[in-house]
Write a protein of this length. Structure first.
Lengths: 227, 72
């Protein structure tokens, strides 16, 4: 079987040696303008263990050196080289378009979390609370909660607007969870990594009640569209 | 290890999982790993904060607080 790591443009020079899953040498087969990066694999499908995941990731990251790379999801096996070439032939034009979109660009991830517990309003019942007081308290709670969510959405929107300025594309979710204001991935030019990090740093300094977690550069996993 | 490094390492691993298992080119015949539509940071946040709590506990000798159900 062949285990797949990535799709790249047909290389113009031999790729530097690289070691894949199970210590197998990484190989490259081209069809038309595109090529697949793979290694031989024996036995059952690789399990999603940390060591295997990082090995897959490292193989893909070592390809990133200036070229467009479409990372393949973990666990893709093909029976042989004929099947691999058939895949490249069949999806050739989509791969070419996808590679053009990510060439020279990397993905960066940003999460904005509350530094402390999400400040949800919680009130305590007064002793011997009557029905009217109970309802009033519950209504005040609901209103306070709505106001907090509105504010969070507004702040997440402002963070995203600032981060998105350097991006060619993005995927983002505002308030996917009460603890998380913003969860986003940005496709940015490789040379914009430092300015992007500086923007994250400035936003972090301006929002001391938030914790901004930024990881990357990653291969453009979020910006592979149906290839 | 300083707490911020632990958090950074864990977040990077969660981000890797979120990408490598759930995004990227799909080849027919992939292993199906059922993480689709699950925000791993959402799941992992609890583990992450728990692990930082544990770290704090190891340092101070005080056991970490049990996780509060229904908050994550």
């Amino acid at each position: 079987m062949l285990y797949l790591y990535a799709i790249i443009n047909r290389p113009t020079a031999p790729l530097p040696p690289n070691t894949g899953l199970g210590g197998q040498p990484v190989q490259c087969s081209a069809w038309g303008e595109v090529a697949a990066i793979y290694s031989h694999h024996e036995g059952p499908a690789p399990r999603p263990e940390a060591a295997h995941l990082w090995r897959h990731e490292e193989v893909v990251e070592r390809l990133l050196d200036g070229r467009g790379v479409l990372p393949v999801r973990f666990g893709a096996l093909l029976p042989d080289e004929a099947a691999l070439l058939a895949l490249l032939g069949e999806r050739h034009d989509r791969f070419v378009a996808g590679l053009a979109r990510v060439a020279g660009r990397v993905e960066v991830s940003v999460r904005a979390l509350w530094s402390a517990e999400a400040p949800l309003p919680v009130s305590r019942p007064a002793e011997a609370e009557n029905g009217r007081a109970y309802l009033a308290r519950r209504m005040a709670e609901a209103q306070a909660r709505e106001a907090r969510l509105r504010e969070a959405r507004q702040r997440a929107g402002a963070l995203h607007a600032a981060l998105n300025e350097l991006a060619a594309a993005h995927t983002h979710q505002v308030l996917p969870h009460e603890c998380i204001l913003l969860s986003a991935a940005y496709l940015i030019p490789r040379e914009a990594i430092d300015p992007f990090r500086a923007t994250v740093g400035a936003l972090g300094a301006a929002n001391p009640d938030l914790r901004l977690l930024c990881t990357g550069p990653w291969p453009a996993y979020h910006f592979v569209e149906g290839e | 290890m300083p707490e911020h490094l632990v958090v950074e390492r864990e977040v990077t691993l969660l981000d890797l999982l979120d990408r490598i298992l759930d995004k990227g080119v799909i080849i027919s015949g992939d292993i199906t790993i059922s993480v689709a539509n699950v925000d791993l940071i959402y799941l992992g946040l609890r583990l992450l904060l728990t692990s930082v709590d544990n770290l704090e506990a190891i340092r101070t000798g005080i056991p970490a607080l049990p996780a509060t159900p229904g908050q994550a």
